[in-house]
Design a protein around this ligand. Sequence first.
Ligand SMILES: CC(C)(COP(=O)(O)OP(=O)(O)OC[C@H]1O[C@@H](n2cnc3c(N)ncnc32)[C@H](O)[C@@H]1OP(=O)(O)O)[C@@H](O)C(=O)NCCC(=O)NCCS
Length: 281
Amino acid sequence: MEEVIIRETKVEDIADIIRVANQAFLEDARRPSVTGRSVVNGLRSFPKLQLVAEVNGEIAGFIVGNISGDRGKVALLAVSPKYWRKGVGTKLITELERRIKEMGGKEVTPGTPFARGFYEKVGYTCYEVEYKLIRELPYSVIPKMDSDLNPIRFEDLKKIVKTLGEKEALEFLRAFFSSFEIKGGKAYILSEKDEVKGIVVVAENKWNSDLLEITYFYPSEGDGVFDLLENIVIEASKMGYRWVGLRTRNEKLAKELMNRGWKEAHMPEFWTMYLMRKELK
Ligand SMILES: CC(C)(COP(=O)(O)OP(=O)(O)OC[C@H]1O[C@@H](n2cnc3c(N)ncnc32)[C@H](O)[C@@H]1OP(=O)(O)O)[C@@H](O)C(=O)NCCC(=O)NCCS
């Protein structure tokens, strides 16, 4: 293998960087807009943390980093497939870590879920799993035609806030107000004799118009959650979506849902995330 030179990214490298990303990422994860913006933002805010690997004058890989307080982050990392498994990725991340440490960073976390094996090899450990679960609707047995959910009206908000308590209510309200701006955004309440039994907010996934994402649900565990989710499955099915998705860091809930027909998602736009980090020593 020829010499690999790691150097800071220049603006004129952007076209080559997009080419590398297009080759390296899974087909559905190829988003020049995302890569392009990420590199541009990186060059504007953290020029010292944008690096490319050059082999024979050709850009073979790149890394986009940033730092906030003492936490460094790998926003993007890719190596052109013809250079895979030759140590280029390791060289890029090692130099980024060195620079992050020099800037006062104490740890580094990768921002993407695609390369667990690589990150483990270079010293990262998984500290939490954010499960992304999906239920495929066309093949699901939908128990009935109508759900017991009703759209949330502004008049319901006081009652809901009282039920949830202040901290949880803020989580809900964030999802609730965001849902007004997102396609497919809707918020529902499940009540029994004027008592709040469940709340669920949904919105269409930004990248996949077949996927309706649950952006908030209450209760977040216990039997009540299954009743609530069955109801939203009915609603999503009526709306014509192919998948309903939810994210949770609660392993017990994830396992229970997988026993009930939900599956771990492996879509580039909705993928179980292994949250990893490495302490810089
Ligand atoms: C992940 C990636 C950057 C690794 O680059 P690379 O230059 O091939 O990495 P290295 O050669 O330094 O690999 C170091 C070690 O990581 C591990 N590794 C690398 N790629 C791996 C893979 N696809 N699966 C499992 N382990 C892998 C190996 O243990 C490897 O050592 P070995 O070759 O001696 O066995 C590259 O595969 C890539 O661009 N993938 C697609 C985009 C992506 O997933 N980016 C990361 C998230 S943003």
